[in-house]
Design a protein around this ligand. Structure first.
Ligand SMILES: Cc1ncc(COP(=O)(O)O)c(C=O)c1O
Length: 421
């Protein structure tokens, strides 16, 4: 298999996986692409880390500088976060072995919900098991008839797409507006029938590109047409806004956005999800979303760790400043070298490569020749011609980590002709 076939094969894995056959397992045996990619050392996914201490990690026995994590505030190694998780596991055990609806709610969940709602300046909050579940449950719970429209940005996270697909199973419609275009949103809302109601859905910070959504424009269009808006702020919490309150605060639309959701798996150094908004709406969701009602609750150590991280985020505000400073430094230096980084002003700095095979080859060179860990994104994870290396930064990256990364990006960028030699 040539490298070119390999790259297009990885890119077309969706099409390969749809290979027909009466036995639905037949396609899995016929699909050898990943085996071949692994054999060639060109397979970037599911690689096992032996150790992960924030900016430094060990991948398959080899030390690496980590530029591929969402540990934005560097809190996975904070002693108070680790102690909170350890204490909760001893006090309550590793799992509630039940859903929030029945035996899975601890007082701890409610305490954190009150803190989240207060901090986010909303009436109420719900703690979910993952950020993915937040979107599945909220969107499918709220959009449940033919007259309900999921009005979504084209480039939202997969979990929003899946939430909308579930809503479609209830009869709801999906309408997509041009990426980050409040103007197109306005047009599409205007085109809805009088009796159709829309929930506008967008990432606050687009998770691959690090681009900030035009929420001011989107909120204006939403209000003009009497619709509602939900923002997924997975990548804004802890990075943007006062005390890390997130993208809505950063853009001055905290009060105008109806629902804000996110995850514990990035700045909050844990796993779980959160949603804030009007009390009645949240109460409705928690009674009409099977993906929330019939899934086990966020485990006690995860809730306790996230809550400790949430407190530290507000106390140690230097972390918020530092992650922004680190990302800006990297973005500016990469741009000076001649890399295309797109319109990011967050902790995510993409390096656009555009070509799938070159993206994978650069990922491999960075990792194997320079010990630098980044995440390659190729279609269908990104639109065609948008292949990129996604780099992301932490408050705990020190200058020497960043400069080591820059040296590696310069060398590999020149090697592959992405920047001038
Ligand atoms: C924008 C966005 N929403 C939702 C999620 C899902 O969050 P979780 O990892 O908590 O399921 C992610 C995580 O990758 C994300 O980037």
């Amino acid at each position: 298999m040539s490298n070119q076939n390999l790259a297009s094969g990885i890119a077309n894995r969706g099409a390969l996986a749809r290979m027909a056959g009466k036995d639905i397992f037949a396609k899995t045996a016929a699909w050898t692409l990943t085996d071949e990619a692994r054999a060639m050392g060109m397979y970037p996914y599911f690689r096992a880390l032996d150790m992960n201490q924030g900016p430094e990690a060990i991948l398959e026995g080899k030390p690496v500088v980590m530029f591929g994590s969402n540990n934005y505030l560097g809190l996975t190694t904070h002693p108070k976060v680790r102690e909170a998780a350890a204490k909760a596991i001893m006090e309550y055990g590793p799992s509630m072995t039940g859903s929030r609806l029945v035996n899975g709610t601890l007082r701890l969940h409610h305490v954190f919900e009150e803190k989240l709602a207060h901090f986010m300046k909303k009436e109420a909050a719900i703690v979910f098991t993952t950020g993915y579940q937040v979107n599945l449950a909220t969107i499918s719970g709220l959009l449940s008839s033919k007259k309900a429209v999921a009005m979504m940005d084209r480039q939202v996270h997969a979990s929003i797409y899946d939430g909308v697909r579930l809503a479609q199973a209830n009869g709801a419609q999906m309408v997509r507006f041009h990426h980050n275009s409040a103007e197109d949103l306005d047009k599409r809302l205007a085109a809805l029938a009088e009796d159709e109601g829309a929930l506008v859905l967008t990432d606050g910070v687009f998770s691959t590109e690090g681009e900030i959504a035009d929420l001011k424009g989107m909120v204006a269009a939403t209000k003009k047409h009497g619709a509602r808006i939900m923002v997924d702020d997975a990548h804004g919490l802890g990075v943007l806004g006062e005390k890390g309150r997130g993208v809505c605060d950063h853009l001055g639309v905290q009060d105008d956005v109806d629902l804000i959701g996110g995850t514990f798996s990035k700045s909050l150094a844990s796993i779980g999800g959160w949603l804030v908004g009007p009390r009645k709406t949240l109460d409705y969701i928690q009674h009409f979303a099977p993906s929330f009602m019939f899934a086990a609750s966020c485990p006690p150590p995860s809730v306790a760790a996230a809550m400790a991280a949430f407190e530290i985020m507000q106390e140690e505000t230097w972390r918020i400043e530092k992650v922004r400073e680190n990302a800006r430094y990297m973005r500016d230096e990469l741009r000076k070298m001649g890399f295309e980084t797109g319109p990011t002003d967050t902790a995510i700095v993409p390096i656009y490569v555009r070509q799938e095979l070159t993206t994978i080859a650069m990922w491999k060179a960075l990792l194997e020749d320079h010990g630098v860990y980044v995440n390659p994104f190729i279609p269908p994870g990104v639109p065609p011609r948008n292949s990129l290396l996604r780099t992301s930064y932490m408050a705990t990256h020190e200058k020497h980590h960043l400069d080591r990364g820059l040296e590696a990006f310069r060398a590999v960028g020149k090697q592959f002709g992405l920047i001038p030699g």
